[in-house]
Design a protein around this ligand. Structure first.
Ligand SMILES: Nc1ncnc2c1ncn2[C@@H]1O[C@H](COP(=O)(O)OP(=O)(O)OP(=O)(O)O)[C@@H](O)[C@H]1O
Ligand SMILES: [Mg+2]
Length: 254
């Protein structure tokens, strides 16, 4: 496979389980050994993907950007040279395991705006996607990265909800923004932390015409891994959440 097959953004309201869902997807996809995969921890405030998949890059994209800017100022480099340096340095910031590579967007130092690091992320996505078959982006909660066109070039937008109506309202807003600011080809909802009767949730999703890709149960194993500080990527194959994720991945990649 030479061309990038699919770039997937995992979005949704805060705390619904975006990072857990991304990690379960990674675990299932790596079991097939079929894809060269890049993960992007795009959450600057809660960068939990690294610990859930048990790998951390030496430098975040934000650190790389700041270093490049400092060096360019010292050497009075022009913007063209600065851009080339960042392109090169970005690869140095990539963590590699036998199953996947990972970038982390990182947090701006002190008070400041996330715009420069989000802009770099958009450029990184545009320039390196061809080197990978699959890219999974664990996004910041809410609409910001969609509205700022960071996710402009993604193919598939997955919106994670839990079993609250508010998470579905956020899902609806995300879809509205995604229609305006991205060129996605597919979009669907994964309902997470499912327990009990969720007829109301199905009705609401149906009313809003939000398609469901699948459901992940509220899983005691996920809770235990979190409480024990264990990386979720090592969750047991027999876990109910992982069994459901296998069906979802099959749908997404077919
Ligand atoms: N299916 C599940 N069953 C049980 N617990 C879950 C499940 N999915 C996620 N959790 C728990 O919910 C909490 C939030 O999960 P996670 O960090 O993945 O959410 P998030 O959407 O990425 O949050 P943020 O918006 O802060 O990035 C964690 O404690 C996680 O262990
Ligand atoms: Mg998260």
């Amino acid at each position: 496979m030479k061309e990038n097959l699919l770039t997937i953004a995992i979005t949704g309201k805060g705390g619904v389980g975006k990072t857990a869902i991304t990690t379960l997807m990674v675990k299932i996809i790596t079991q097939s050994h079929k894809y060269k995969m890049l993960l992007i921890d795009a959450d600057p405030t809660h960068p939990h993907l690294c610990s859930m998949v048990k790998i951390a890059p030496d430098k975040s994209l934000e650190e790389i950007r700041l270093n490049a800017v400092k060096n360019a100022h010292r050497k009075s480099e022009d913007t063209q040279k600065l851009a080339e340096r960042i392109d090169f340095d970005v690869y140095e910031g990539m963590a590699e395991s036998k199953d996947f590579c990972l970038f982390s967007i990182g947090q701006p130092e002190g008070p400041g705006c996330f715009c420069p690091s989000n802009t770099l992320l958009r450029k990184v996505l545009e320039s390196i996607s061809k080197d990978f078959d699959l890219i999974l982006i664990d996004c910041e909660a809410g609409l910001e990265q969609i509205n700022r066109m960071v996710l402009k070039s993604v193919d598939y937008i997955i919106i994670v909800t839990d079993i609250s109506l508010r998470s579905i309202e956020t899902a609806n807003s995300i879809r509205k923004s995604a229609k305006k600011f991205t060129s996605y080809k597919k979009l669907g909802v994964i309902v997470n932390k499912v327990k009990g009767n969720i007829e109301i949730i199905h009705k609401k999703l149906d009313e809003l015409n939000l398609p469901i890709i699948g459901q992940i149960p509220d899983d005691q194993n996920i809770t235990n891994y979190d409480l024990e500080g264990k990386p979720l990527i090592e969750i047991l194959d027999s876990s109910p959440s992982l069994i459901e994720m296998k069906k979802i991945v099959k749908k997404i990649l077919n």
